[in-house]
Design a binder for this molecule. Structure first.
Ligand code: BGC
Length: 760
């Protein structure tokens, strides 16, 4: 182990620049390279502000696409292929995957996140991380924690009760930390119960207590106070370079403000990281193989949502009419830090050409000479700037002209197939007017071939939805509590999030969690279940009854009738994707740890299993239970009575008063944010609310607008706290302090001080 002096620790705490850690030459500690991200490398080039200027790389299907594969083996391979990209580009730590819980369909980063179920998220992410780390490339798991909404993301306080926090929002993180041992965790921007994630010792201790032995890295610009973050055990502040955080850390150490354990722990974690990253596997990068995998990953993940009259698969000899710009310019990658500047991307039209399909193409959503019974293929998507980090969507609507076009089209032909290239659920007012519906999400740079293969039956669709598609936004349980306030987001829907809520209250939906069709059909039979030590062993046969070879995702749910605590009706406890050739039957064993039946007990502050008779269901989706069996489980504690009956009253949408939520939360919470005096966390648009502040606001916005702000949405900037100006300029911690001082006590002398620190 290399002994690190306090000065060296302080130096390592701040990044060297936006993408590297500092090196300590005398001690042979190299500078490590970090890069985005979860769906292909984003290595920034140049120094422009924003997200779009990066080195060309391969674009993989995004999380909201691959999650629909429900396939852990595929995720492991995905990780291995991404690691090849890292090896080629000398990246040591990959920033991703993002495993935040999908709380609302309008969450800006939903396309980057996997699911509304923590077990599914945890298992898929673990496999991905194991794949990446099998090649000695480190993974930085993000964004820890409760960063499910983007509105005011750098100042928003997630007010969340202990049970919901653990059972829903931390469960995937817990699983991943234990199972796949990520090298790093990225602390999110937001506050959790009043404390910034980067300063949230309790949250970081939670990860350490369950075995996390890596380093904690701030999200880019996520450090509110470097000293407090250091004291809480954050290990790396990013981006760094000119912040002057080290001098503040040294001062705090010299003043004996820092616990010795923090310093020892720091050394140990950094040493471990250097050891883990120093020997890389050799690079066996082969461009054709990488692209071959990207295609396979997409094809395993596409979800067939409608196939009335078996309109699909299409016949190669049929002539079709294709509409919309996305047939030529597909939406295939993420945005913001997930935006991959693709080396290459294909499209549907070139694949139709290659296969000599007869078709006409209209790049606009406009009627042409289409006639009765023609097959119309329409690809719909949202505008590129609508789905990204930094802001949430305001609604679930597709663009009105796209919806109108489908309506007009449906007056002429019944044979409409809609393809959706969106990152999360949208409303589907035309659902009854179309015959085919395919959900692709952003399927990577081979999305054109993937779509062709699905449309023409070269590949039998096998994806299922990793999140529910509600009919309208108002049906979502977080509707009244999400994206309503810049400063606070209260998790009043508690554990009844996603399908847990729709299922509990029987809310009509468009497509349920776990739903997806195939070109063949499957029969479930011979369901058996037994207990063996700490596991449930499930056995069942699946028969492929149709004309196509196919894959089926078997889903296992559990419920406990007469439970003494408040809980969901059904929850996912396991799944398995199996291949069944046409006409054949396969026997399948699924092993489920009994621990998945547990709930988080706030009195014991740990997971517990309630004793009782559990119903275990095998299902094709949450609303299509094939068989169920009861099994007695001996619990490990006497459950306390959280709240026997739900405290929800669900009429049109979930409405919960602060007073009611406080009973669950267990203590007071207040919306007591004060606009003045300004602090480093005042967001730019709040400055606008005072006379003097508005002048400064206009000046700052003027400067920012004249900088290149590639890919940064205006509301991202508008909702950025003053301290984030560090990101936008060459300012440092001191500049922010003097700027805030000037804002509160404006005088010429203070103004001169600001200018002086800027020039330091
Ligand atoms: C995002 C992270 C990303 C980082 C670096 C931040 O804005 O929240 O997910 O890894 O930027 O690009």
């Amino acid at each position: 182990m290399i002994n690190l002096s306090n000065d060296e620790i302080a130096k390592l705490f701040e990044g060297k620049d936006a993408w590297h850690t500092n090196e300590i030459k005398d001690k042979n500690i190299p500078s490590l390279t970090l890069a985005d991200g979860p769906n292909g490398l984003r290595i920034e080039e140049g120094s422009e502000l924003g997200f779009s200027s990066s080195k060309k790389a391969n674009a993989y299907p995004v999380a909201s696409c691959i999650a629909n594969s429900f396939d852990e083996d595929l995720m492991y391979e995905y990780g291995e292929y991404l690691a090849n990209e890292c090896l080629k580009e000398n990246v040591d730590i990959l920033l991703g995957p993002g495993i935040n819980h999908k709380r609302s369909p309008i969450g800006g980063r939903n396309f980057e996140y996997l699911s509304e179920d923590p077990i599914l998220t945890g298992k898929l992410a673990s496999a991905y991380i194991k794949g990446v780390q099998s090649k000695d490339i480190g993974v930085c798991l993000k964004h820890y924690a409760c960063n499910s909404c983007e509105m005011g993301r750098m100042v928003s306080n997630s007010i969340i009760d202990t049970r919901t926090l653990n059972e829903i929002y931390l469960r995937a993180f817990d699983y991943v930390i234990k199972e796949s041992k990520p090298y790093a965790i990225m602390n999110s921007y937001n506050l959790i119960n009043g404390i910034y994630s980067c300063e949230n010792k309790e949250l970081m201790d939670h990860a350490k207590n369950i075995g996390f032995d890596g380093i904690f890295i701030s999200d880019w610009g996520g450090v509110n106070d470097p000293v407090n973050s250091f004291k809480a055990s954050l290990n790396l502040q990013m981006p760094g370079g000119n912040l002057h955080s080290s001098s503040r850390i040294i001062k705090a150490i010299n003043n004996k403000e820092v616990d010795k354990n923090i310093l020892d722990d720091y050394s140990k974690r950094f040493n471990d990281l250097i050891n883990k990253t120093k020997n890389k596997k050799s690079n066996n990068y082969d461009e054709d193989k990488q692209l071959g995998f990207i295609l396979k990953a997409a094809e395993e993940s596409v979800v067939l949502l409608e196939n009335k009259d078996n309109i699909l698969p299409l016949n190669l000899k049929q002539s079709i009419k294709v509409y919309g710009p996305y047939a030529k310019y597909p939406r295939f990658t993420g945005a913001g830090s997930s935006n991959v500047n693709a080396i290459h991307s294909d499209n549907l039209l070139e694949n139709l050409d290659k296969n000599n399909i007869k078709y006409t193409y209209n790049s606009e959503f406009k009627l042409d000479d289409i006639s009765n019974n023609d097959i119309a293929l329409v690809i719909l998507a949202l505008d590129k700037g609508k789905e990204s980090e930094g802001f949430d969507r305001s609604d679930m609507y597709l663009q009105a002209n796209q919806v109108e076009f489908i309506n007009e089209l449906s007056n002429i032909t019944n044979n409409i197939i809609v393809i959706l290239q969106v990152g999360s659920p949208v409303s589907l007012p035309f659902k009854d007017k179309i015959k085919g519906l395919i959900y692709m999400s952003f399927a990577g740079c081979e999305s054109g071939k993937c779509l062709f293969d699905i449309l023409y039956g070269k590949v039998n669709p096998s994806g299922k939805l990793a999140e529910t598609w509600p009919i309208k936004l108002e049906d979502n349980p977080s509707y009244n509590f999400f994206n309503k306030d810049l400063r606070y987001t209260v998790y009043k829907e508690t554990i009844l999030t996603g399908y847990r809520y729709y299922d509990y209250f029987n809310i009509p939906i468009n497509y349920s969690f776990g739903y997806g069709l195939s070109y063949t059909s499957f029969k479930y039979s011979n369901f058996k279940i037994k207990k063996l030590k700490d596991n449930l062993i499930i056995n069942l046969d699946i028969t492929n009854l149709g004309k196509y070879n196919g894959k089926e995702i078997i889903e296992i749910y559990s419920s406990l009738n007469n439970s003494k605590i408040f809980r969901e009706n059904k929850k996912l406890i396991g799944f398995k994707k199996v291949y069944v050739p046409k006409g054949k039957t396969t026997n399948n064993e699924i092993i489920i740890p009994i621990d998945t039946l547990s709930y988080f007990d706030i009195k014991l502050n740990e997971y517990s299993i309630e004793e009782g008779t559990y119903t275990i269901m095998i299902a094709s989706n949450i609303n299509d239970i094939k068989y169920s069996k009861d099994i007695n489980i001996k619990g490990n504690i006497k459950p306390y009575s959280l709240i026997k009956k739900s405290y929800f009253k669900c009429k049109d949408s979930l409405n919960v008063s602060d007073e009611d939520y406080k009973k669950i939360y267990g203590k007071e919470f207040k919306y007591d944010y004060k606009l003045v005096p300004f602090t480093s966390n005042t967001v730019l648009k709040e400055l606008n609310q005072t006379k003097f502040g508005s002048k400064v606001y206009r000046f700052i916005m003027f400067v920012i607008r004249h900088m290149k702000t590639n890919g940064l949405n205006e509301s991202t900037i508008d909702e950025a706290p003053i301290r984030q100006l560090l990101w936008f300029s060459k300012a440092n911690n001191d500049t922010v302090d003097v700027l805030v001082d000037y804002l509160n006590n404006h005088s010429l002398i203070k103004f001169i001080k600001v200018i002086r620190t800027l020039n330091k």
